[in-house]
Design a protein around this ligand. Structure first.
Ligand code: HEM
Length: 467
């Protein structure tokens, strides 16, 4: 006999939607609040389905077992006639396997190193833009990081320039994307029948989808009209053959992959840069140590690809920020389809998971488990992430730090995001003294597609001279 999983009592039809109502702008907070009340595993009925919400390192470890559990793509986006890009496809979708085989090599660490100069081109645009603003101007860091990361992913993977630093307003792509993802998040907790009746919202949703596809189509059309002899991601998708089947990717799938990269590849990294900057500014001793490392490695010369691996302390800072604030804060799982005929046991055999259950893995909490990280698990302490400590913890608890997901569905852009983040932070620390606009700034996390610090304003003063 298995135990009954604890959780709030639900109501007929709407399940536990009311329990989440007070946090409707930020469902993540609602899930975390209930975890504080009911413990590391609880059940609730959301969107008409039983949901098991897990938040300990142990449960995280069990859920990364790909023999028992499989990824569920975000539910509302996954339906519809279009093919699914890598992020949204189910494991058994042949499009996922084809995309994975064709695209993995172009995102491998060595291939990403070849993108260094294009990454640096955009990072330079950010540095110049901040230098010109001067120290009297307050800067909404999250917004500038979003410009940077969108421009970087588009240039490095598709040779396309959004030129976000040369335009006043945000690109319509970003507006459309934000709308779609805020709405997707809302749909996970709102009863489906209510969504059906929201005609204006649904019309705006469809319009936003077409904005994204127009941008994607323009990029593909431009490339077909002006072919370049380059082994970038876009060319790999247009001309690359699946090593297993010898087939090329069809156009409508290329479009979905491109949108996936533009979306998955920028908000996440922008959030990581924002949180890392925020932690550095809230911890002046860490800031000075990180800046000292940059000064020792780079001095006043311009950064090169080979410098990235020398930034040991900055790497630890990034790891710690990604632990405390994973910008993809939840993973969703279900019983692996191969085991769909019966329940699967969870929590060392204590509870039963049914094939129809949705499992939400709250990484924002599981990565703060004191059994792994100790009593100061909630504190920002990069020293615990220096290579020797990080390797020891990873050996003992292989699933304790998983901001890039796990197994075959882990992030394809991890090396890309990591190189970009180290490069950008190194250039900013080298070129500026950065301060909080409000020294008493207290972190408020805002959730849309990913999570980010809200109202995060900074001021920057150029150091000696620009590189
Ligand atoms: C998958 C996080 C940057 C593209 C994932 C997953 C996580 C993640 C947690 C697994 C999601 C799941 O299991 O449902 C992050 C973080 C990033 C980042 C924290 C930055 C700090 C990027 C970049 C790209 C990217 C730069 C650009 C290509 C993808 C794709 C997938 C994915 C395509 C799906 C892979 C698959 O299922 O085959 N990411 N990501 N991500 N990420 Fe990232």
């Amino acid at each position: 006999m298995s135990d009954i999983i604890p959780g709030p009592k639900g109501l007929p039809l709407i399940g536990n939607s009311l329990d989440m109502w007070q946090d409707r702008d930020m469902p993540l907070r609602g899930l975390e609040r209930l975890a504080d009340l009911y413990g590391p595993i609880y059940q609730a009925v959301l969107g008409g389905r039983r949901v098991l919400v897990c938040s300990s390192a142990n449960l995280m470890h069990e859920l990364t077992d790909e023999k028992r559990f499989a990824k569920i793509p975000p539910p509302t986006v996954a339906s519809g006639p279009r093919p699914k890009g890598l992020f949204l496809a189910r494991n058994e979708d042949p499009d996922w396997a084809q995309g994975h085989r064709i695209l993995m090599p172009v995102f491998a660490p060595l291939a990403v190193q070849d993108m260094f100069h294009e990454m640096k081109d955009i990072a330079n645009q950010l540095v110049l833009s901040w230098a010109r603003k001067g120290s009297d101007h307050r800067i909404l860091a999250t917004e500038d990081y979003t410009k940077l990361t969108l421009d970087t992913i588009a240039l490095c993977t598709m040779g396309y320039r959004f030129n976000s630093f040369y335009t006043e307003s945000q690109h319509p792509f970003i507006e459309a994307m934000n709308f779609i993802f805020t709405e997707n998040t809302a749909r996970t907790t709102r009863p489906g029948v209510v969504t059906k009746l929201m005609y204006r919202t649904n019309a705006q949703y469809d319009h936003s989808q077409s904005v994204l596809r127009e941008v994607g189509q323009k990029i593909i059309d431009d490339r077909r009209a002006n072919p370049v002899d380059k082994k970038d991601v876009l060319n790999t998708m247009i001309y690359g053959k699946d090593p297993k089947t010898g087939l090329v990717m069809r156009d409508e799938l290329i479009m979905e992959q491109m949108l996936t990269f533009l979306i998955a590849g920028h908000e996440t990294t922008s959030g990581l840069l924002s949180f890392t900057t925020m932690y550095l500014l809230k911890h002046p001793a860490t800031y000075l140590k990180a800046q000292k490392e940059i000064d020792e490695v780079l001095g006043t010369r311009s950064i090169e690809a080979s410098d990235i691996s020398k930034l040991k302390y900055l790497t630890a800072v990034l790891r710690e920020a990604a632990r405390l604030q994973p910008t993809v804060p939840v993973l969703q799982k279900e019983v692996a389809p191969e085991l769909a005929s019966g329940p699967v046991l969870l929590d060392s055999g204590r509870y039963q998971v049914l094939p129809e259950d949705r499992i939400i893995l709250l990484m924002s909490k599981s990565q703060r488990d004191p059994t792994v990280w100790g009593e100061d698990a909630n504190d920002f302490n990069p020293d615990r992430m220096l290579d020797e400590n990080f390797d020891r913890i990873s050996a003992e608890y292989p699933s304790a730090w998983k901001p890039f997901g796990n197994g075959k569905r882990a992030c394809i852009g991890r090396a890309f995001a990591w190189q970009e983040s180290l490069l950008v932070l190194a250039m900013l620390l080298q070129n500026f003294d950065i301060k909080l606009d409000d020294p008493n700034y207290n972190l408020v996390v805002k959730q849309a597609l990913t999570v980010k610090p809200d109202n995060f304003y900074i001021r920057v003063t150029p150091r000696t001279h620009l590189h």
